[in-house]
Design a protein around this ligand. Structure first.
Ligand SMILES: NC(=O)c1ccc[n+]([C@@H]2O[C@H](COP(=O)([O-])OP(=O)(O)OC[C@H]3O[C@@H](n4cnc5c(N)ncnc54)[C@H](O)[C@@H]3O)[C@@H](O)[C@H]2O)c1
Length: 285
């Protein structure tokens, strides 16, 4: 159902790879709510993914960019203003990648060149995006910028690896830049901390199936889907949230406020056996 929440608004969506991507759902919902948009992803993702299909469907121009390149980002903002006819009202940063996760390097055996790449792609790209947009004056007054995060920024999750550090930095950038951009241009900057979601990036996380099941059992409302995340992004892009800024907003069915649920407790008691040695002693890990 459409509420025309973004009628007449213009936006840029970074990170739609295929129809599982959260950014894909956000692009579709934004268009449904009346926005006109441009799409951006890396040249490699544009070759391997289905972004062109989405672009056709939404009548949106695709502007290739590696989000770690300031030059590429300048091109995205400049071209978007040309195509859309002026500064944009919203931007979605839906970008994440860790070579350490990909190459199965554990957190106590990180490759530091990979770590730099993780931080650059998954967090510093957000700063680059904001700084580039501000210098070009590419975001309109009361514009809204959202980046997607995960609760591993606050709490430790087995297997999330150096992406946890990237998400902490991402959320910090939202606060630090949110202060400056808010003060000078009334632009608001927030992160949405999303439930585990079955996407290409999500499936790269170690034990994703179990993590999703655990989060679902722990959350009173269950895991939030990519479609529901798109709804939340639309609300954050709309004029209904004009004074919300510098926040990390949990969109996780209540997971982040839970300690233990009945459903998780039941599951845990069933599988306790697996975590004992042959003498019945519990193996901690
Ligand atoms: N899937 C989950 O469980 C989950 C949970 C919380 C937060 N998130 C976050 O949501 C965001 C979107 O991920 P997704 O789950 O939709 O997966 P996805 O794989 O569909 O999206 C990740 C995107 O990042 C893009 N990307 C990678 N390197 C890039 C670069 N250098 N420049 C520009 N783009 C680049 C990829 O091409 C891809 O489109 C990420 O920030 C992710 O960490 C995902």
């Amino acid at each position: 159902m459409s509420y025309n929440l973004l009628k007449g608004k213009k936006g840029i969506i970074f990170g739609a790879l295929n129809d599982m991507s959260i950014a894909w759902k956000v692009a579709e919902r934004a268009a449904e709510e009346g926005a006109t948009i441009t799409l951006s992803n890396t040249p490699m993702a544009l070759r391997m993914g289905q972004t062109d299909e989405l672009a056709k469907k939404l009548n949106a121009e695709v502007i290739p960019a590696d989000a770690t390149s300031v030059e590429d980002l300048q091109q995205v903002f400049t071209r978007s203003m040309e195509v859309l006819g002026g500064p944009v009202d919203f931007v979605l940063h839906s970008i994440g990648m860790s070579p350490n996760v990909r190459k199965k390097r554990t957190y106590d055996d990180l490759d530091y060149n990979f770590l730099e790449k993780t931080l650059d792609v998954s967090a510093i790209s957000f700063h680059k995006m904001l700084q580039t947009a501000k210098k070009l004056d590419a975001i309109a007054e009361y514009g809204s910028v959202v980046a997607l995060s995960y609760v591993a920024a606050q709490r430790t999750f087995f297997g999330y690896n150096d992406m946890a550090d990237a998400k902490s930095l991402l959320e910090s950038i939202a606060r630090s830049f949110g202060y400056i951009y808010g003060r000078e241009k009334n632009v608001r900057i927030n992160t949405i901390s999303q439930s585990p979601t079955p996407t290409t990036a999500g499936n790269g996380v170690k034990g994703m199936d179990h993590l999703m099941d655990f989060a679902n059992k722990m959350s009173p409302l269950g895991n939030a889907t990519a479609d529901e995340c798109a709804d939340y992004c639309v609300m954050m892009f709309s004029d209904l949230t004009r004074k919300v800024t510098m926040q990390n907003l949990y969109h996780d069915g209540g997971f982040s406020s839970m300690g233990m649920s009945l459903r998780a407790m039941n599951q845990y008691s069933k599988s306790l056996e697996e975590y004992t040695d042959e003498n019945g002693h519990i193996i901690y890990g």
